[in-house]
Design a protein around this ligand. Sequence first.
Ligand SMILES: Nc1ncnc2c1ncn2[C@@H]1O[C@H](COP(=O)(O)OP(=O)(O)OP(=O)(O)O)[C@@H](O)[C@H]1O
Ligand SMILES: [Mg+2]
Length: 300
Amino acid sequence: MDDQATRLRRLVEGKNANTGRVQESGGTAGAPASGARVIAVTSGKGGVGKTNLTVNLAIALGRKGQRVIVLDADLGTANVDVLLGTSSRQSLMSLTQENVQLEDVLIRGPYGVSYISGGSGMEHAGELSLLQRQAIFNKLAGCDEWADIILVDTGAGVGRNVLDFIMASDEVLLVTTPEPTSMTDGYVVLKACRQLGIAQPVRLVVNRVFDIIESDETAKRLMGTAEKFLDMELQTLGFILDDGNMMRAVRRQMPILAAYPDSLASKCIEALSESLLTGQKQQVKMGWQGFLRKFFHNVH
Ligand SMILES: Nc1ncnc2c1ncn2[C@@H]1O[C@H](COP(=O)(O)OP(=O)(O)OP(=O)(O)O)[C@@H](O)[C@H]1O
Ligand SMILES: [Mg+2]
């Protein structure tokens, strides 16, 4: 029997066909011909920074004039809500109700972040009838008109749900930290992607690095292993420095870009958003804080 996310994928795939996105049988291929660019943010290990990256990236892209929707696809949790200090009454599954429209589940959150909570409602996806699924699909298709970019915050690991979201997206951002466990688990995701034959570009974001050298080393190791054992070409989008302001912002239930806009991690995420739009190498101006960090090597 199909699991819940398979159904969602079908909904999404159906949406692609309807909106003219380039779609080949067996999965998405390349950039969309029209409509929103759908980017899955995923990781092997949990807690490596996906939700923070997704929400802050949405803010950064929004500031650059992009219309962004975040889909909180980490089933069973409501991470995006927690990070924004909000609580959404309606989730994706509410769309099965006749009187609920996309505008009702598409939450205009604080800091200009628009998001749809997949959350707890997704647990009931398996019980949906064909008519209900069609209702969700039809309403969800409207996202294309609302957004230039849809960021999908998936759960961690290689569960079917996560892989379904990856397969349904146009691009994948794989988040890892330099920790060996995070890299090993990241490799497992790549292996699963390879086995599923996904054609989408997968790009690395190395989070919680001390400096660019550590980011390069981490990326090089993972890229080398992927090439050697999986014959898979991996790109790097960029890095985010380890920054105590991230934890402080989370405690305040605020995205770091709003709480500490001048922090090093905020600058990295802004630079990442630029790379995402231009395809160019991440350029981070570290400024005085960066200088001090390098100079007093041990101080975090
Ligand atoms: N660049 C960073 N510098 C310092 N701490 C960070 C950084 N990025 C993330 N963290 C810490 O890691 C925690 C987990 O981040 P986040 O919730 O975004 O991870 P996740 O991958 O979405 O987790 P999950 O797999 O549970 O959904 C944050 O609360 C924060 O304390
Ligand atoms: Mg998360």
